[in-house]
Design a binder for this molecule. Structure first.
Ligand code: CAA
Ligand code: NAI
Length: 697
């Protein structure tokens, strides 16, 4: 194995160059390499200073996350940072690209820090469920002050070089080759006789109202505990001597290392990346992608057009008539105005996007040169067939023909063309220029390079793309339908929609299911219930109380009344008193005696319904791996990231416990709670969902 840390001496300066691609994570070999190289520099009388620099695209992106949860290996990172700091030689960090987590902690262990103007630093550990564990919570407040340190550590944000310099984290900003810049800075410091400057010896930071800060951060974390715990670690920097503070940091770090949230967040970190890495696409080249046609400029079409324009693609949008075309253009311009207001694009860019990059037309002929066409017209098979027949007749050979349908059969849509191998589902989520999820729906005849093009588009748009097979609702909406039903059943049996929403937001969901229903529009569920009524299984329990509200013209937020009542200008709504009356009436009609539900039971039933359907989705091959379901729920459905996704949640509970609960619920309603064969199989074999993820890698 080549050395992870190269050692060279230039005049009086030893250069320690970290070489651990792609991002110089601090694996055991890197830590050992740095420690050995420090020994070597100190043993060389000719050396007066040390420069630490990273090879490739970053200084150091942090601890090696793949080592988490494994037995610790010497030298540990806190000791390494202290070892560097205690060196009798002057030590300089020369930073470029990112210096994150343990990377910034190594830099803070150095006596001086110089960075490229484009460099970014940060302590993002809270996003992995932990806190900076190598002195970051003790050293950062000593250079940047308590308030700045708390902000940086609890948000985990990346800080640009100029801001970092103002905060006192970076001493100098200099453009050039990082090694040359580091050597020049070290030479300057030596010529000025600058002293070694250990951060640990700097005065402790000022105090702030720690309890108030802790409470505020805890509340903001919506159940995530690492940011608030990090506040306590910074508090220790202000109140305890350095060594004591380091001990407190370690205790809190180890506490967090042991939590389920740490496991969930790290599962999310790796699988957010693994999800788009499909073994079937290895070596498959995507098709050329520069221009996109969009058919239908309603809510979804306009959102997709916005995302494509912001990603630098040319967009041709087709509508049915001039009026609709003007409305579609208005929606896109409105979305882009938002980006302009938030400083994401300049006025000049805005003008170029709407005048040059965007074409809105009522003629299909305008689509003849596009590389990929996405249909986002009404959710009606006859309309989709008509549109795909036109696309088939108009689009050039090799053009990818995509549908944004939510539920319809992509095979049937493909059959309307003479080229089903070019047809694919690209299921975006509303608002399409904001939501991160893209389901890439692969139909029976879809060609591999068309699948690769779907993933390539997702990447260009900054989406998390998940491969899904064809079924009613694909991965996400199919599972949603089932856990929503579990919530409806609990309402029939006595839990109020408001208790359910509260229990699930306390669990960590961004919104509860009934608040979501109000937001999406109650008319959607009403229409679905009517559509499905003729084919319904006699044992299926479907509440009808909410239909009565719809019959009165109340569809949720857009009409001001649904499960909640909304007052203009106010955020959120208040429980609608009519709902309790309607529920009580239905319970009387059905002869149900309502019972009490604990919040814990609500969460457990909801989660078990989700996991059971998800296991069916994986068992049937609609999702290839449990991680595909996890990422779908995380990026499209507001699932709390710190649980890692429903499959990870189930693994953490233990699959036998989840199966036993489902079997218990089945005693009341055997039709709804049919255990997934895959879940039973995994329990029989003593395996977890994550074992299946690993088997696929
Ligand atoms: N450890 C191990 N692997 C890492 C890693 C790390 N710290 N950071 C990135 N990688 C891996 C990624 O998994 C990815 O691997 P694959 O190519 O196999 O998928 C590869 O490096 C490239 O990463 P990205 O695709 O994310 O590349 P990017 O350019 O989009 O982003 C990045 C680069 C900004 C560094 C981003 O990867 C990132 O944010 N990494 C995590 C940084 C972090 O959280 N550091 C703190 C670690 S915890 C710590 O340091 C604790 C402590 O104090 C003891
Ligand atoms: P919408 O009703 O807002 O927009 C549909 C647009 O298509 C209208 O502007 C209409 O004028 C246009 N249109 C209809 N027929 C056309 C034709 N033949 N040629 C060109 N334009 C035509 O609908 P929305 O919500 O944007 O949905 C579109 C599709 O996206 C549907 O298939 C829907 O299921 C799907 N979808 C919707 C989501 C949502 O949250 N609204 C989420 C994900 C997918």
């Amino acid at each position: 194995m080549p050395d992870k840390v190269a050692y060279a001496v230039h005049d009086m300066i030893a250069v320690l160059r970290i070489q651990n691609p792609p991002v110089n994570a601090l694996s055991q070999a890197v830590r050992q390499g740095l420690s050995d190289a420090m020994d070597r520099a100190e043993a060389d009388d000719a050396v007066h200073a040390v420069v630490i620099v990273g090879d490739g695209r970053a200084f150091i992106a942090g601890a090696d996350i793949t080592e988490f949860g494994k037995p610790p290996m010497e030298p540990n990172l806190p000791d390494l940072c202290t070892r560097i700091e205690q060196s009798p030689l002057l030590v300089v960090a020369s930073m470029h690209g990112v210096s994150l987590g343990g990377g910034l902690e190594v830099a803070l262990g150095c006596h001086y820090r110089v960075a490229q103007p484009s460099a970014r630093v940060g302590l993002p550990e809270v996003h992995l469920g932990i806190l900076p564990g190598a002195g970051g919570t003790q050293r950062l407040p000593r250079v940047a002050g308590a308030a700045n340190a708390v902000d940086a550590i609890t948000t985990g944000r990346h800080i640009k070089a100029d801001e970092a310099q103002k905060m006192g984290i970076i001493d100098r900003i200099e453009e050039g080759d990082p090694q040359e810049v580091g050597i020049a800075y070290a030479m300057d410091l030596l010529s000025e006789n600058a002293p070694r400057r250990p951060v640990s010896e700097m005065p402790a930071p000022e105090g702030i109202d720690w309890d108030a800060k802790y409470d505020a951060v805890l509340k903001k974390g919506r159940g995530q505990i690492s940011p608030a715990t990090a506040v306590r670690a910074v508090q220790a920097a202000s109140e305890l001597p350095f060594d004591e503070g380091m001990k407190r940091e370690r205790e809190l770090f180890m506490e967090l290392m042991d939590t389920d949230q740490r496991k969930g967040l790290i599962h999310a970190f790796f699988n957010e990346r693994a999800v788009s890495n499909l073994p079937e696409l290895k070596g498959v080249e995507p098709r050329h992608l520069q221009s996109v046609g969009i058919i239908g400029g309603g809510t979804m079409g306009a959102g997709i057009a916005t995302a494509a324009l912001l990603a630098g693609l040319e967009v041709v949008l087709i509508e049915t008539g001039e009026e609709q075309a003007t409305a579609a253009r208005g929606r896109i311009e409105g979305n882009l105005q938002g980006a302009l207001k938030r400083g994401k694009i300049s006025q000049q860019k805005f003008d170029a996007l709407i005048t040059v990059a965007l074409t809105v037309s009522v003629k299909y002929d305008s689509l003849k040169d596009v590389d990929l066409a996405i249909e986002a017209v009404f959710e009606d098979m006859a309309v989709k067939h008509e549109v795909f027949a036109k696309l088939d007749a108009t689009c050039k050979p090799g053009c990818v023909l995509a549908t944004n349908t939510s539920y319809l059969d992509v095979n049937e849509i493909a059959a309307a063309t003479s080229r089903p191998e070019d047809v694919i589902g690209l299921h975006f989520f509303s608002p399409a220029h904001v939501m991160k999820l893209l389901e890439v729906v692969v139909a029976d005849k879809t060609a591999p390079d068309v699948v690769a093009t779907g993933f390539a588009l997702g990447k260009m748009l900054g989406k998390v793309s998940v491969r899904a097979g064809v079924c009613d609702g694909f991965i996400g909406n199919r599972i949603l339908a089932v856990y929503r039903t579990a919530a409806d059943h609990m309402v029939l049996d006595g839990a109020s929609p408001y208790q359910i929403d509260r229990a699930l937001t306390n669990f960590g969901f961004a919104m509860g299911p009934f608040a979501v229903a109000d937001l999406a529009g109650l008319d959607i569920g009403w229409a679905t219930r009517k559509r499905k009524a003729p084919h319904r299984h006699p044992e299926e329990r479907v509440p009808t109380y909410i239909d009565k509200l719809c019959e009165q013209g109340h569809f949720g937020q857009k009409t001001g009344e649904g499960y909640y009542v909304y007052t203009e200008g106010q955020r959120g709504g208040k429980p609608n008193p009519k709902i309790a009356e309607l529920i009580a009436a239905e319970q009387r009609e059905r002869g149900i005696s309502p019972r009490e539900f604990s919040d814990e039971e609500i969460v457990h039933r909801y989660m078990c319904a989700m996991v059971n359907e998800a296991a069916k989705v994986v068992g049937e091959g609609i999702a290839r791996r449990p991680l595909d379901v996890d990422m779908t729920l995380l990026f499209g459905y507001g699932f709390p990231r710190y649980w890692g996704g429903p499959m990870k949640w189930a693994d953490i509970q233990g699959l036998p416990k989840v199966l036993a609960a489902i079997e218990g619920y089945a005693e009341e309603d055997a039709w709804f709670w049919q255990p997934a064969p895959l879940l039973q199989k995994l329990v029989d074999e003593g395996r977890s969902f994550d074992d299946l993820n690993k088997a696929e890698r």
